[in-house]
Design a protein around this ligand. Sequence first.
Ligand SMILES: Cc1cc2nc3c(=O)[nH]c(=O)nc-3n(C[C@H](O)[C@H](O)[C@H](O)COP(=O)(O)O)c2cc1C
Length: 389
Amino acid sequence: MNIQQRYPSVAYLEDKARNRVPPFVWDYLVGGGVRGSAVERNHAAFSHLTLTPKYILNSQIIPNISQQLLDTKFDAPFGVAPIGLNGLIWPNSSEFLSKAAKKANIPFILSLYATSRLEDIIEYGGIQNTWFQHYPQHSRDINLQIIKRARVAGYKTLVITIDVPTTRIPRNIRNGLSLPIQLRPKVFLDMLCKPRWTTKTLIAGPPTFENWLPHMPKSYKKRDMWKFLQTLPILPHQITREKLSWFRDNWTDNLIVKGVLHNSDAQMCKELGIDAMVISNHGGRQLDEAPSAIETLSSIRSEVGSGFPLLVDGGIRTGGEIALALAHGADFVLLGRAFMFALAALGGQGAAHAIAILQDELRSTMIQLGCPLLSELPETITNTKSSTS
Ligand SMILES: Cc1cc2nc3c(=O)[nH]c(=O)nc-3n(C[C@H](O)[C@H](O)[C@H](O)COP(=O)(O)O)c2cc1C
């Protein structure tokens, strides 16, 4: 069987991935907040939404899934969400994903906390398809140094993530997740059980936050990265109107804010001249009590108006769910874990395979709906009155 037959959907990649990485890595990837209820809500929210198929058409349709976002026409309406510490999940993830994203002409977003240098990844992914995601730091100096590096490297789209003012993920605390990996007996045993992951990780070298290395004081060694990050102020990522406005003033190209759920945050971003927003609850990893992005989408859409570019993420694993998000007011969709499952399951070839699955599923959904254009998806939302009249 070839990979198309063995792994015909992201769910199969997820099953395979679970068996290939050590439990402490799996916990890191799939974990949510304290109880994980927002992760569950992200999935449940989709199962309550429906689109009604229409089968009797005037003529055959060929779905067109290309989508304009800001100044770029992408070949599909979805992209790869930023994932910190991604090299721990599978070595060289950013390299694989950025290359595959370029080939498929979709965006790949590199996290500030990725395990690859931002300068290298834009070389692989190219200017059009590679975006950089930054977490606002307490120190204006560090903010300036980092975004300057991104600009010099050639990035044209900067994503500022606002939804990690603090963080508390019990699974990671319990597993003592730190860099370099501490070879405690449990971690050592976990690694022994997953020889392929362990061998690949040893060959690639231990993952570290490469983008922070140039900003560490000289007195710190590479292996002291975790210690260095802990010296930064306790609430490094809190954002104020003034700080967001500073980013706007200092980044003249595309500026996207990620992690908006509240109408007032959306309104503020619009007022400040932010170019687009990602409606997101950070994959359910921040606040258990937070709504899923899809639940807040229509309210935010009404707040910002029809022309404002909105991206959505959280819990999306299929082309059908991409269609649901677009039908309900999103212009674009991001997926985080889906792509990491693909890499953990299949290594580098997983990246292109996951993209192909999502493209095929989206096209197939549009054919079922009798909908040739993404812009017509809102008309397919189930409306008891119109579908029965
Ligand atoms: C392991 C992990 C690490 C993440 N790291 C970041 C990050 O560094 N920056 C960021 O903006 N979002 C980060 N996110 C959130 C994702 O960008 C995205 O919002 C989320 O994964 C979407 O949900 P999904 O995984 O269900 O698709 C992370 C998510 C996961 C699962």
